[in-house]
Write a protein that binds this ligand. Structure first.
Ligand code: SER
Length: 314
Protein backbone atom coordinates (compact mmCIF):
# COMPACT_ATOMS: atom_id res chain seq x y z
CA UNK A 1 0.00 0.00 0.00
CA UNK A 2 1.12 3.54 -0.71
CA UNK A 3 2.47 5.19 2.45
CA UNK A 4 1.10 8.67 3.00
CA UNK A 5 2.04 10.58 6.12
CA UNK A 6 0.37 13.29 8.15
CA UNK A 7 2.83 14.80 10.63
CA UNK A 8 1.47 16.89 13.50
CA UNK A 9 4.03 19.11 15.21
CA UNK A 10 5.89 19.11 11.91
CA UNK A 11 7.99 22.18 12.68
CA UNK A 12 9.25 21.26 16.13
CA UNK A 13 12.60 19.76 17.06
CA UNK A 14 12.05 16.30 15.57
CA UNK A 15 9.62 17.30 12.81
CA UNK A 16 12.01 19.87 11.33
CA UNK A 17 14.32 17.01 10.33
CA UNK A 18 11.91 14.09 10.05
CA UNK A 19 9.60 15.84 7.55
CA UNK A 20 12.32 16.64 4.95
CA UNK A 21 13.65 13.06 5.27
CA UNK A 22 10.16 11.60 4.77
CA UNK A 23 9.76 13.86 1.73
CA UNK A 24 13.08 12.61 0.36
CA UNK A 25 12.24 8.91 0.85
CA UNK A 26 8.52 8.90 0.03
CA UNK A 27 7.99 11.99 -2.17
CA UNK A 28 6.74 15.48 -1.27
CA UNK A 29 3.23 14.59 -2.38
CA UNK A 30 3.08 11.90 0.34
CA UNK A 31 3.90 14.05 3.35
CA UNK A 32 1.44 16.51 4.89
CA UNK A 33 3.13 18.80 7.42
CA UNK A 34 0.75 20.13 10.08
CA UNK A 35 1.92 22.95 12.32
CA UNK A 36 0.31 24.96 15.05
CA UNK A 37 2.64 27.90 15.45
CA UNK A 38 6.01 28.75 13.84
CA UNK A 39 5.01 27.52 10.38
CA UNK A 40 7.90 28.60 8.13
CA UNK A 41 6.83 30.80 5.21
CA UNK A 42 9.18 29.15 2.71
CA UNK A 43 8.24 25.52 3.50
CA UNK A 44 8.59 23.37 0.38
CA UNK A 45 5.77 20.82 0.52
CA UNK A 46 2.17 20.32 1.64
CA UNK A 47 1.49 22.36 4.74
CA UNK A 48 -1.64 22.83 6.86
CA UNK A 49 -2.50 24.48 10.17
CA UNK A 50 -3.79 22.27 12.96
CA UNK A 51 -3.31 21.15 16.53
CA UNK A 52 -3.66 17.88 18.44
CA UNK A 53 -6.20 19.69 20.58
CA UNK A 54 -8.44 20.21 17.52
CA UNK A 55 -9.19 16.62 16.51
CA UNK A 56 -11.93 17.61 14.02
CA UNK A 57 -9.41 19.61 11.99
CA UNK A 58 -6.95 16.71 12.04
CA UNK A 59 -9.64 14.21 10.98
CA UNK A 60 -10.66 16.50 8.08
CA UNK A 61 -7.06 16.77 6.91
CA UNK A 62 -6.69 13.00 6.96
CA UNK A 63 -9.79 12.67 4.77
CA UNK A 64 -8.65 15.49 2.49
CA UNK A 65 -5.21 13.97 1.79
CA UNK A 66 -6.13 10.31 2.33
CA UNK A 67 -3.17 9.72 4.61
CA UNK A 68 -2.70 6.33 6.26
CA UNK A 69 0.12 7.06 8.72
CA UNK A 70 -0.33 9.58 11.52
CA UNK A 71 2.78 10.90 13.24
CA UNK A 72 2.02 12.96 16.33
CA UNK A 73 5.10 14.89 17.44
CA UNK A 74 3.28 17.65 19.34
CA UNK A 75 4.79 17.81 22.82
CA UNK A 76 5.99 20.05 25.62
CA UNK A 77 9.56 19.11 26.72
CA UNK A 78 10.48 18.50 30.36
CA UNK A 79 11.26 21.97 31.74
CA UNK A 80 8.30 23.57 29.95
CA UNK A 81 6.09 20.79 31.35
CA UNK A 82 7.24 21.48 34.91
CA UNK A 83 6.46 25.16 34.44
CA UNK A 84 3.06 24.47 32.88
CA UNK A 85 1.84 21.03 34.02
CA UNK A 86 -1.71 21.65 32.81
CA UNK A 87 -0.54 22.58 29.31
CA UNK A 88 1.70 19.50 29.23
CA UNK A 89 -1.16 17.26 30.28
CA UNK A 90 -3.37 18.69 27.55
CA UNK A 91 -0.89 18.57 24.67
CA UNK A 92 1.14 15.51 25.59
CA UNK A 93 -1.61 13.23 26.84
CA UNK A 94 -5.03 14.45 25.70
CA UNK A 95 -3.45 15.33 22.35
CA UNK A 96 -2.23 11.75 22.07
CA UNK A 97 -5.65 10.38 22.98
CA UNK A 98 -7.22 12.54 20.27
CA UNK A 99 -4.87 11.13 17.65
CA UNK A 100 -5.34 7.53 18.84
CA UNK A 101 -9.11 7.94 18.57
CA UNK A 102 -8.78 9.22 15.01
CA UNK A 103 -6.43 6.34 14.18
CA UNK A 104 -8.89 3.84 15.63
CA UNK A 105 -11.76 5.27 13.62
CA UNK A 106 -9.86 5.61 10.35
CA UNK A 107 -7.59 2.55 10.67
CA UNK A 108 -4.30 4.48 10.58
CA UNK A 109 -0.82 3.47 11.63
CA UNK A 110 0.48 5.80 14.38
CA UNK A 111 3.90 6.96 15.53
CA UNK A 112 4.27 8.86 18.80
CA UNK A 113 7.47 9.87 20.59
CA UNK A 114 8.16 8.86 24.17
CA UNK A 115 11.31 9.67 26.11
CA UNK A 116 13.92 8.47 28.60
CA UNK A 117 11.94 10.78 30.91
CA UNK A 118 9.53 7.89 31.59
CA UNK A 119 12.16 6.56 33.99
CA UNK A 120 12.38 7.92 37.50
CA UNK A 121 14.51 7.86 40.64
CA UNK A 122 13.59 4.24 41.44
CA UNK A 123 14.73 2.96 38.01
CA UNK A 124 18.19 1.30 37.71
CA UNK A 125 20.39 4.12 36.36
CA UNK A 126 22.98 2.30 34.28
CA UNK A 127 22.07 0.44 31.09
CA UNK A 128 18.42 0.89 32.03
CA UNK A 129 16.54 -2.13 30.66
CA UNK A 130 13.46 -2.08 28.43
CA UNK A 131 11.32 -3.58 31.16
CA UNK A 132 12.04 -2.14 34.59
CA UNK A 133 10.62 -0.02 37.39
CA UNK A 134 9.00 3.00 35.71
CA UNK A 135 7.87 5.65 38.18
CA UNK A 136 8.51 9.09 36.66
CA UNK A 137 8.38 12.08 39.01
CA UNK A 138 8.09 14.89 36.43
CA UNK A 139 4.91 15.96 34.63
CA UNK A 140 6.65 15.33 31.32
CA UNK A 141 7.58 11.80 32.39
CA UNK A 142 4.08 11.15 33.75
CA UNK A 143 2.47 12.19 30.45
CA UNK A 144 4.95 10.10 28.46
CA UNK A 145 4.52 6.98 30.61
CA UNK A 146 0.72 7.31 30.69
CA UNK A 147 0.86 7.89 26.92
CA UNK A 148 2.90 4.71 26.39
CA UNK A 149 0.31 2.71 28.30
CA UNK A 150 -2.48 4.36 26.33
CA UNK A 151 -0.75 3.39 23.07
CA UNK A 152 -0.47 -0.21 24.26
CA UNK A 153 -4.11 -0.18 25.35
CA UNK A 154 -5.33 0.98 21.93
CA UNK A 155 -3.23 -1.76 20.34
CA UNK A 156 -4.47 -4.51 22.66
CA UNK A 157 -8.12 -3.49 22.69
CA UNK A 158 -8.66 -2.25 19.13
CA UNK A 159 -5.59 -3.37 17.20
CA UNK A 160 -4.38 0.19 16.48
CA UNK A 161 -0.90 -0.28 14.97
CA UNK A 162 0.91 2.22 17.15
CA UNK A 163 4.69 2.41 17.38
CA UNK A 164 6.88 4.45 19.66
CA UNK A 165 10.47 5.21 20.68
CA UNK A 166 11.86 6.48 23.99
CA UNK A 167 14.22 9.10 22.60
CA UNK A 168 17.28 10.16 24.56
CA UNK A 169 18.35 13.84 24.45
CA UNK A 170 18.43 14.79 20.77
CA UNK A 171 21.17 16.96 19.31
CA UNK A 172 20.31 18.93 16.19
CA UNK A 173 21.52 22.21 14.76
CA UNK A 174 18.42 23.18 12.79
CA UNK A 175 16.06 24.19 15.61
CA UNK A 176 17.01 26.58 18.41
CA UNK A 177 17.51 25.12 21.91
CA UNK A 178 14.36 25.09 24.04
CA UNK A 179 12.99 24.24 27.49
CA UNK A 180 14.28 20.70 27.95
CA UNK A 181 16.75 19.17 30.40
CA UNK A 182 19.08 17.78 27.74
CA UNK A 183 18.91 21.06 25.79
CA UNK A 184 21.96 22.39 27.67
CA UNK A 185 23.92 20.26 25.19
CA UNK A 186 22.62 22.50 22.39
CA UNK A 187 22.90 25.83 24.25
CA UNK A 188 26.58 25.10 24.96
CA UNK A 189 27.40 25.42 21.23
CA UNK A 190 25.54 28.72 20.73
CA UNK A 191 27.02 30.33 23.86
CA UNK A 192 30.44 28.77 23.34
CA UNK A 193 30.75 30.02 19.75
CA UNK A 194 29.49 33.52 20.70
CA UNK A 195 31.24 34.03 24.06
CA UNK A 196 33.79 31.25 24.50
CA UNK A 197 32.01 30.36 27.73
CA UNK A 198 28.82 28.74 28.95
CA UNK A 199 26.95 28.80 32.27
CA UNK A 200 25.81 25.21 32.64
CA UNK A 201 22.65 24.47 34.68
CA UNK A 202 23.81 20.91 35.47
CA UNK A 203 26.65 19.55 37.63
CA UNK A 204 29.78 18.54 35.74
CA UNK A 205 29.31 14.80 36.23
CA UNK A 206 25.59 14.53 35.29
CA UNK A 207 25.56 11.75 32.70
CA UNK A 208 22.61 11.67 30.29
CA UNK A 209 21.83 9.52 27.25
CA UNK A 210 22.03 11.50 23.97
CA UNK A 211 21.83 10.99 20.21
CA UNK A 212 22.45 12.87 16.98
CA UNK A 213 19.18 13.82 15.29
CA UNK A 214 19.94 12.04 12.02
CA UNK A 215 20.14 8.73 13.90
CA UNK A 216 16.85 9.51 15.66
CA UNK A 217 15.17 10.27 12.32
CA UNK A 218 16.47 7.07 10.72
CA UNK A 219 15.27 5.04 13.73
CA UNK A 220 11.86 6.66 13.44
CA UNK A 221 11.50 5.77 9.77
CA UNK A 222 12.84 2.28 10.46
CA UNK A 223 10.28 1.53 13.17
CA UNK A 224 7.41 3.06 11.17
CA UNK A 225 8.22 0.97 8.10
CA UNK A 226 9.11 -2.27 9.94
CA UNK A 227 6.84 -5.26 9.37
CA UNK A 228 4.07 -5.39 11.93
CA UNK A 229 5.22 -8.79 13.25
CA UNK A 230 8.58 -7.29 14.23
CA UNK A 231 7.05 -4.83 16.67
CA UNK A 232 6.81 -6.70 19.96
CA UNK A 233 6.80 -3.68 22.27
CA UNK A 234 3.62 -1.61 22.05
CA UNK A 235 4.46 0.78 24.88
CA UNK A 236 7.72 2.27 23.57
CA UNK A 237 11.22 1.06 22.65
CA UNK A 238 14.39 2.08 24.47
CA UNK A 239 16.85 3.70 22.07
CA UNK A 240 20.49 4.70 22.68
CA UNK A 241 23.61 6.01 21.01
CA UNK A 242 26.01 7.45 23.65
CA UNK A 243 26.02 9.23 27.01
CA UNK A 244 28.03 12.19 28.22
CA UNK A 245 28.28 14.70 31.07
CA UNK A 246 28.70 18.50 30.88
CA UNK A 247 32.40 18.04 31.66
CA UNK A 248 32.80 15.59 28.79
CA UNK A 249 31.07 17.80 26.20
CA UNK A 250 33.06 20.83 27.40
CA UNK A 251 36.33 18.90 26.91
CA UNK A 252 35.25 17.82 23.43
CA UNK A 253 34.24 21.37 22.49
CA UNK A 254 37.69 22.63 23.51
CA UNK A 255 39.09 20.76 20.50
CA UNK A 256 37.31 23.37 18.36
CA UNK A 257 37.34 26.31 20.81
CA UNK A 258 40.63 26.07 22.74
CA UNK A 259 39.69 29.05 24.96
CA UNK A 260 36.25 27.67 25.86
CA UNK A 261 35.33 27.71 29.54
CA UNK A 262 32.37 26.07 31.23
CA UNK A 263 30.99 27.54 34.48
CA UNK A 264 28.65 25.54 36.65
CA UNK A 265 25.59 27.60 37.71
CA UNK A 266 23.33 24.83 38.88
CA UNK A 267 19.62 25.25 38.28
CA UNK A 268 18.02 23.09 41.03
CA UNK A 269 14.88 22.40 38.98
CA UNK A 270 16.80 21.14 35.94
CA UNK A 271 19.33 19.25 38.09
CA UNK A 272 16.50 17.47 39.90
CA UNK A 273 14.94 16.36 36.61
CA UNK A 274 18.30 15.15 35.26
CA UNK A 275 19.05 13.27 38.49
CA UNK A 276 15.82 11.32 38.10
CA UNK A 277 16.76 10.10 34.60
CA UNK A 278 19.09 7.23 33.56
CA UNK A 279 22.82 7.57 32.85
CA UNK A 280 22.66 5.10 30.00
CA UNK A 281 20.11 2.92 28.21
CA UNK A 282 19.97 -0.71 27.11
CA UNK A 283 18.37 -0.68 23.65
CA UNK A 284 18.98 -4.32 22.73
CA UNK A 285 15.25 -4.93 22.16
CA UNK A 286 15.10 -2.31 19.36
CA UNK A 287 18.24 -3.84 17.85
CA UNK A 288 16.79 -7.35 17.98
CA UNK A 289 13.27 -6.55 16.86
CA UNK A 290 13.71 -4.12 13.98
CA UNK A 291 17.44 -3.87 13.41
CA UNK A 292 18.25 -0.51 14.98
CA UNK A 293 21.91 0.53 14.89
CA UNK A 294 23.21 4.06 15.56
CA UNK A 295 25.70 5.53 13.08
CA UNK A 296 26.95 8.68 14.80
CA UNK A 297 29.45 8.62 17.69
CA UNK A 298 29.72 11.28 20.40
CA UNK A 299 32.85 12.78 18.76
CA UNK A 300 31.29 12.88 15.27
CA UNK A 301 28.09 14.44 16.62
CA UNK A 302 30.02 17.22 18.36
CA UNK A 303 32.01 17.87 15.18
CA UNK A 304 28.85 18.17 13.06
CA UNK A 305 27.03 20.30 15.64
CA UNK A 306 29.96 22.69 16.02
CA UNK A 307 30.53 23.16 12.30
CA UNK A 308 26.88 23.75 11.46
CA UNK A 309 25.97 25.98 14.40
CA UNK A 310 29.08 28.07 13.72
CA UNK A 311 28.02 28.52 10.09
CA UNK A 312 24.48 29.36 11.16
CA UNK A 313 25.26 32.05 13.73
CA UNK A 314 28.39 33.68 12.35
N1 SER B 1 15.04 15.99 25.58
C1 SER B 1 13.89 16.00 26.44
C2 SER B 1 14.02 17.00 27.50
O1 SER B 1 15.11 17.30 27.89
C3 SER B 1 13.69 14.64 27.03
O2 SER B 1 12.95 13.83 26.18
O3 SER B 1 13.05 17.49 27.98
Amino acid sequence: MNQKFLVIGAFGQIGSELVPTLQKYFGKENVVAVGHSHIPKNFDGIVEKGSVLEPKTIAKLIDKYKTNILINLASFLSVKSENDPEGAFQTNLLGLKNTLDIAKEKNLKVFWPSSIAVFGPTTPKNQTPQETIIEPTTMYGVTKRAGELLCQYYFLKWGVDVRSIRYPGLLDYKTPPSAGTTEYAKYIFYEGIKNNSYDCPLKEDTMLPMMYMEDAVEATIQIITAQKEKINVRTSYNLAAFSFSPKMIAEELKKYLPKFKINYKIDPQIQKIADSWPNSIDDSKAKEDWGWQPKFSFEKTIEIMFKNIKEKIQ
